[in-house]
Ligand binder design. Structure first.
Ligand code: SD4
Length: 290
């Protein structure tokens, strides 16, 4: 049977999935599609959890985390990157132009500038005003599904059946200065093994990192689980080990080599966008809690 290219993305990012999906249908490769797809959200000023317009940390710094993986198992990542609108593209440059996988902070910014990326102030007046409001009480309590949950993780399968993935975020709003989440950590916020499939996570990064969630899902698929079963088991790993699991969200999406997809989350309200066969859809994820 002919392979049907497709793109899936965390949350209802249909424009991002469509951008990638249309590229795939035109025969472009999964890596180019996944990069261009997530860039839609990096540029979306209304998305305060990714790229330009991202909410700052508690000291007012917008710091971005992103990673990308291709079908050969190569990976690139940037963490605590400031002033660059498209961290995913810097992550791709790290993968392609350096002997390393991950660059952080000042060094990542220096590398980006060397590669021709332009510095830009990413703190919008709106995000700054909200941060100043937050400073009045300094209450650190991410609201489930709404605040802090708009990170884009995306998986693409191209016409050759090859899979690539990317994940990009400004992390949790009002995080501590220096905090890095799961999104740029290979195996946590994202993992792709082109023999098996890929997975991406969103939600409370600390919980995802502690279970190495995306790697876990790919390994469970390797053992024969469907993407849906694998996502569910990864979420349950966190639920069973976290007495306070009701206080945060963790959500995963996954895709296998047969083009089957799945998703699971703790709290109802997570959905994933999908583009295939020229059609875009928003899919409500199964959840542990109603
Ligand atoms: C993080 N996982 O930095 C990210 C946050 C997130 O939608 O997914 N927001 O912990």
């Amino acid at each position: 049977t002919a392979i049907k290219p497709m793109a899936i993305a965390t949350w209802n990012f249909q424009k991002a999935a469509q951008t990638a999906g249309e590229m795939l249908e035109q025969g472009e490769n999964a890596l180019d599609a996944v990069e261009q797809g997530v860039m839609v959200e990096e540029s979306n000023l209304k998305n305060t959890t990714v790229g330009d317009g991202g909410a700052p940390d508690r000291d007012g710094n917008v710091t971005l985390d992103a990673c990308i993986m291709d079908a050969t198992g190569n990976a690139g990542s940037v963490v605590y990157l400031k002033e660059i609108e498209h961290p995913v593209s810097v992550a791709r440059k790290v993968m392609e132009e350096t002997p390393h996988v991950m660059l952080a902070g000042e060094g990542a910014l220096q590398f980006a500038i060397q590669q021709g990326f332009k510095r830009k102030n990413l703190l919008t007046p709106e995000s700054e005003a909200e941060w100043k409001e937050w400073l009045k009480n300094k209450e650190y309590k991410p609201i489930i599904n709404i605040e802090n949950h708009d990170t884009i993780g995306m998986l693409c399968m191209d016409k050759n059946g090859d899979i690539a993935g990317a994940c990009t975020t400004s992390g949790l709003s009002y995080k501590m200065n220096g905090r890095v989440g799961d999104s740029p950590i290979i195996g946590s916020g994202l993992f792709v093994d082109n023999e098996i499939g890929g997975a991406a996570g969103t939600g409370m990064g600390e919980a995802i990192m502690k279970s190495v969630g995306s790697f876990l899902i790919v390994e469970l698929m390797r053992q024969g689980k469907s993407p849906q079963e694998a996502c569910q088991e990864a979420v349950m790993r966190t639920v069973n080990k976290s007495p306070n699991y009701k206080d945060f969200q963790v959500a995963y999406i996954a895709m296998n080599k047969n083009g089957e997809v799945g998703s699971y989350c703790i709290h109802k309200g997570f959905s994933y966008a999908m583009f295939q066969d020229g059609k875009s859809s928003d899919n409500l994820s199964a959840s542990y809690l109603e």
